[in-house]
Design a binder for this molecule. Structure first.
Ligand code: PLP
Length: 461
């Protein structure tokens, strides 16, 4: 019998450590207990390798649209290493050099925005936005303008309050009761709307926000939070006229506009931020995942100067300032990584690449839609795309989620990692998701589309 090589022995040990002690995110562990967890050990560009040396093309940037500039960026690792050696951490009640530089650089890409509050996850960044709204209500509106409106199908995070602001009933199930004061309004997915073919659909869908504000009473509504393009809820770009109308409604009723750029931010859609496609002027913008492409945990809550100034007051007053802290918002490695990440995006012209390659990806998906009856709709912007699978094109009946799972697993067998909407809505977990790194090439896209084509050939309803 062959003796296993030391590498194989080490792999076995790691796999058993993982199987015995790691609790993985958002997966049913039973198959792992009986089989084997996937352990990723190396990444370069768009490619990752598992512990057995199998190579994959990662078409979802680290599984959850995060590694925007691709794997193996030595310059980011060096920037973090140098910063940690110089000064790793001090609470952000004081400043540090990369945070000051990043705040300047970031707001330079966001006309109208001027202040950056650092924390370490998308959920936390959104929570800061909610706390700002609640405290502003306390300071300026007798505590009455405290409600926060969110949209069906959007997701804003995993904490109880960011889930309270999320429109994904399956993801929310079993974790309530939720934080009071969060109110939902309908999504803007034309494909599934009765009036979706109406040229005015975008305006009509946005008017739903006004309806809910009026129902609740405008004096009770502090903000609305929106993803520029709904991500995990099914990759839903806004229809024409949508955001212009949202902006008009927010201005009319004095409702702050909070844009969640956790997925779309940092170039994913071909502009620095997704909202910049739609000409809106947000009051709060949150971002996380792509800010440092996953090389460090960092998130930002960015506000206008006007909003910031509401919290300037007599220093002797113990209550009139933003009384919030995030311990790891003071990690200096995060902004150091983010600065280098931004430099790469700029220097390598990645926004341009995203637009060109995004169009090419969409052409590929359109070709798949023309060829495979099961593809009901394809949509997206830049390198951020979804393909909705249906059992019947006429009725648009969604496929069971096991069908999407089978397509994902077929692609994986071919060496291509794609994603899918997952445990978000009981009937509508039927969208395949693609979000390759911003550096991706035509060759990479050809490989992704080829794998999908073959997987769709193999899938059985
Ligand atoms: C749009 C959006 N907002 C917020 C979050 C939460 O971010 P995090 O997981 O970093 O807390 C996510 C995570 O997927 C997201 O997609």
């Amino acid at each position: 019998m062959n003796r296993p090589s030391p590498d194989m022995e080490q792999a076995r040990e790691i796999i058993s450590n993982d199987r015995d002690h790691v609790w993985h995110h958002i997966v049913q562990h039973q198959p792992i207990q009986q089989g084997e967890p996937m352990v990723i050990v190396k990444g370069r560009g768009l490619r990752v390798w598992d512990i057995h040396g199998r190579e994959y093309l990662d078409a979802v940037s680290g599984g959850v649209w995060t590694v925007n500039v691709g794997y193996g960026r030595t310059s980011i690792a060096d920037a973090v290493r140098d910063q940690l050696e110089q000064m790793c951490y001090f609470s952000n009640s004081a400043g540090n050099i990369p945070a000051a530089r990043l705040a300047d650089r970031l707001t330079g890409k966001m006309p109208g925005m001027s202040r950056v509050y650092f924390s370490n996850s998308g959920s936390e960044a959104n929570e800061k936005g909610f706390k700002l709204v609640r405290q502003l209500s306390a300071l300026r509106h007798n505590g009455e303008k405290y409600k926060i409106i969110y949209r069906d199908r959007d997701y804003h995070g995993t904490t109880i309050t960011s889930l309270s602001a999320s429109g994904q009933i399956q993801r929310k199930a079993q974790y309530g009761p939720y934080t009071p004061g969060f109110v939902e309004f309908p999504d803007c997915l034309a494909y599934r709307a009765e009036n979706g073919d109406d040229p005015d659909y975008g305006v009509q869908a946005a008017r739903e926000l006004e309806r809910v504000i009026l129902e609740q009473g405008p004096d009770t509504v502090g903000s609305v939070i929106l993803e520029p393009i709904t991500a995990g809820g099914g990759v839903i770009p806004p229809p024409a006229g949508y955001f212009e109308t949202i902006q008009e409604i927010c201005t009319k009723y004095g409702v702050l506009l909070h844009i969640d750029e956790v997925v779309c931010g940092m170039g994913r859609t071909g502009k620095w931020f997704g909202y910049q496609h739609y000409g809106v002027k947000p009051d709060i913008v949150t971002m996380a995942k792509g800010v440092a492409s996953g090389y460090a945990a960092i998130s930002c809550t960015v506000t206008t100067e006007d909003l910031f100034r509401e919290f300037l007051a007599d220093p002797a007053d113990p209550m009139q300032y933003f009384r919030d802290i995030s311990t790891f918002g003071g990690c200096a490695g995060g902004p150091a990584a983010a600065l280098e990440n931004m430099r790469i995006i700029e220097q390598e012209n990645l926004l341009e690449n995203v637009s060109t390659m995004g169009d090419y990806l969409m052409d590929g998906l359109q070709m798949l839609k023309d060829k495979h009856e099961i593809v009901g709709d394809v949509r997206g912007k830049g390198l951020f795309a979804g393909a909705e699978l249906v059992a019947d094109r006429k009725t648009r009946a969604p496929v069971h989620e096991s069908v999407g799972a089978a397509v994902v697993s077929d692609c994986l067998k071919q060496g291509v990692m794609i994603g899918r909407t997952n445990r978000s809505f009981p009937e509508l977990n039927n969208t395949l998701c693609l979000s390759p790194a911003l550096i991706c090439t035509r060759g990479d896209i050809d490989e992704i589309v080829r794998a999908l084509d073959a997987a769709l050939d193999n899938v059985r309803l």
